[in-house]
Ligand binder design. Structure first.
Ligand code: RTP
Ligand code: MG
Length: 138
């Protein structure tokens, strides 16, 4: 067993489409435990820390603007290998091609929406998770 924590964000598209509960329910149904939960208006400073690895990329500024466009739901989930497990549940980055059965594959829309509107964020490693939890649950 490797009990981990991961940081999940329901992005502004998921919140505005009233899918926060559906997303959280799927994570709980897989067996992960909700440890912390809040709805938050992100600040630019938070997002610049959160997405520091992407600074300078072409999609960085549109991504930050999108994440500022409405509230997000931030959660900490706990469980055995939850970092890897949640990313599998979320699906690949682009909802158009994310596998059916995943959150992005099932709830994503593809009529002209951008890749950033992919419903959820999940930490990509245990180290990232601890760093990101510090940003969102200081
Ligand atoms: P996340 O960090 O949100 O869990 O997603 P991810 O690992 O699957 O994707 P990542 O490469 O870390 O990118 C972070 C977020 O940036 C947006 N993105 N847009 N080409 C593009 O327009 C593009 N590529 C990435 C997505 O919102 C992605 O989740
Ligand atoms: Mg990522």
């Amino acid at each position: 067993m490797s009990i981990e924590r991961t940081l999940v964000l329901v992005k502004p598209d998921g919140v505005s489409r009233n899918l926060s509960g559906a997303v959280l329910a799927r994570i709980e149904a897989k067996g992960y435990t909700l440890a912390e939960l809040k709805k938050v208006d992100a600040t630019r400073e938070q997002l610049e820390q959160h997405y520091a690895e992407h600074a300078g990329k072409p999609f960085y500024e549109p991504l930050v603007e999108f994440m500022l466009s409405g509230p997000v739901v931030a959660a900490i989930f706990e469980g055995d290998r939850v970092v890897e497990g949640f990313r599998a549940l979320a699906g690949t980055t682009d909802p158009t091609t994310a596998a059916p059965g995943t959150i992005r594959g099932d709830f994503g829309r593809d009529w002209g929406l951008k890749v950033q509107q992919n419903l959820v964020h999940g930490s990509d490693s245990v180290e990232s998770a601890e760093r990101e939890i510090g940003i969102w649950f200081a």
